[in-house]
Design a protein around this ligand. Structure first.
Ligand SMILES: [Zn+2]
Ligand SMILES: [Zn+2]
Length: 214
């Protein structure tokens, strides 16, 4: 289940814009550059995020707020462990405005898609936001790459495995080839340059929150 939230501070009366979590696309960040609580949107199967909607600065991982562990209520703002970025003298409260059923627009990358990934210390390939264990990413000679280094990869093929009785899909093998190693600077550049595609979920939420605003 997803929520539309608003963050606020009782001390300095700061109020954030509406924030979406739980749709698999939007995440909450506390931007250190403009001192605001804002939404970032991920790019499909990549480590980069859309930049801050207020000041266009790229986010860092430390700015990220774990939405899954936020206590929220529809009545009063629930105090969180996160400090108010404006007065820095009080904890932020989060209040729920709307909830909706969870949905994803991009469950499986198509053949030819460029994605990000890294090889874990145990030699396994991981792709961000891939629907594991339903999707299994595979690359030849996985241990020949630098472990924990961010990489760009291309999807070269998809193969469906069915359950024994052929009635349903068991899992999807996603075959990938290595393109290049990437750096934090590459991610920042991508954040600034990549156009944000508006998802069906985003369109739904915008309609719903505009209607409930007045
Ligand atoms: Zn900002
Ligand atoms: Zn405050």
């Amino acid at each position: 289940m997803g929520f539309v939230l608003q963050a606020s501070c009782v001390k300095c009366k700061y109020q954030s814009d509406k924030l979406v979590i739980g749709d698999g696309l939007h995440f909450i960040f506390i931007c250190k550059n403009c001192n605001s609580v804002v939404n970032g949107q991920r790019f499909p199967f990549r480590y980069s995020w859309s930049p801050c909607p207020n000041c266009k600065n790229p986010f860092r991982k430390v700015d990220w707020v774990d939405g899954a562990n936020l206590a929220v209520s529809f009545d009063e703002p629930t105090e969180s462990e996160h400090q108010c970025p404006r007065c820095k003298a009080n904890q932020l409260g989060f209040k729920a405005i709307l909830h909706f059923s969870r949905s994803f627009d991009d469950r499986i990358p198509e053949k030819g898609t460029l994605v990000h990934g890294h090889i874990t210390k145990s030699g396994k390939l991981e792709i961000p936001f891939l629907n594991v264990p339903f999707c299994v990413p595979l690359i030849e000679d996985s241990t020949s790459y630098a472990s924990e280094a961010m990489m760009e990869l291309r999807v070269t093929g998809l193969e469906t495995e069915y359950t024994d009785d052929k009635s349903s899909i068991q899992r999807m093998k996603v075959f990938l080839e290595f393109i290049r190693y990437i750096s934090q600077e590459d991610l920042d550049r991508e954040s600034m340059e990549q156009p944000m595609v508006k998802s069906k979920t985003t369109e739904f939420i915008e309609r719903a929150t505009n209607n409930s605003a007045e």
